[in-house]
Design a protein around this ligand. Sequence first.
Ligand SMILES: Cc1ncc(COP(=O)(O)O)c(C=O)c1O
Length: 462
Amino acid sequence: MSKYLPTYLSKEDNLSAEEAQAIHDQTGRVLEANVVPFLAKAQRIMGSAFLEWRGEGKYILTPDGTKFFDCVGAGGVFGLGFAHPDIVEAVTLQARRGGLATRAGFIPGQAELAEKLLSLTPKSLQYVYYGNSGTEAVEAAIKMARVATGKKKLIGTHLGYHGMSVATISLSGIGMWRDGIGPYLEGTQLVTHGSLAALEEVVDSDTAAVVLEPIQWASGCKVVDKDYFKGVKALCEKHGAMLILDEVQTGLGRTGKVFAMEHWDVEPDLLCVGKVLSGGMVPISAVVYNQRVHKGERMRPLFNNSSFGGNPLACAAGITTLNLLSDRYFQRAEKLGDLLGESFEEIKSKFPEHVAGYHGLGLMRCLEFSNPLYGAVFAEWLRRDESIITAAMGHIPQFVRISPPFICEDEDIVALKESCLRVIGELAKYTPQELFSDFNKTLQKVQVELAKPIEDQEGALA
Ligand SMILES: Cc1ncc(COP(=O)(O)O)c(C=O)c1O
């Protein structure tokens, strides 16, 4: 084994409890001191920190072998789970062939991936641009729409999410990421998702594009009316604006269809994909777009470019992912999604006082609790007592996101339902006040620690 390998990779998969704890503590110390100080500190005080040592199928494991069933990893990246053997094989073969590319020559993976992607998207979408992340895909789509239309105005939505760059945040509507980073990209405006009337007020002949997710995860996966997107498309066509659909999260099986837009029978001018396309192995994103966009950018062949976008390792992961999805996992995702919907219906009917409802489609779902505190406690207890990772949302904590991988068996969804029922049953033994006093004590500890001057924070300058 090379002496230059990362220390953690030179260790065994399974370690003794003492060694595992030592690596956990050392990792936590550096992350808290130098990388994500506030987050790492909050996780330590809340007792929710764990070490992501390795991934295997639907599980993420700590070094002492503790397994967590991942039901939300990185917002739905792990549709095919961790370390899928076919994807490992593809990426390893490409690594041996040189890894990345100079970009001076043709890259075969870019062509094969484009053919596969285009076989899954509507016929009107014929061109592909590759990026490294969802953010980059939406950024590129915005630029293309502006160049193609010669217009500047862009419409996004409240509670929308398109990424972390200034342009994508300007079109996203979640305060905790948006506040304090303005001035926002000139010409951007937000409206309520799902309201055609709200869009009609703002879309006009100056509008370059309307940027929408089919389902906003940040609204708690609320599903909009059947005729909404048809109306949006007609409105865009009337004013010569482009429709950009951000399917970074919803795309490639997550909602039970290949693309979520199929639920509304709508075709965008530009379609953004990412997350699952990586196979959980090498980041990649893409914008798939139509002739009208292509005409607009034809004089500027390199106007979108990146050192890493569409690199051979990522293409190898992407192609293998699409092959696997087409062979069996699109079908699995649809079936499992129906089962998850039925499970949530049962959970709601058994605990009507605690569960206000559920939202989403396929394997992209949210449980909505009747009290914000229930959501936060539910997600925490599900992790602590049932070893299942879900996510309560900071800005709407009564909502908990649950997005299992497509590689699950039916029994996994049934077991997930049973776990949810057990945790809600436990939670129902307490009044919100009782839960609140316990939870609040820990939260207060976090707040007090984070409010101290940096120099006084425990471990800050270690
Ligand atoms: C709908 C949507 N768009 C864009 C992004 C940004 O993707 P990335 O984190 O890969 O930049 C996300 C990430 O969660 C997303 O859910």
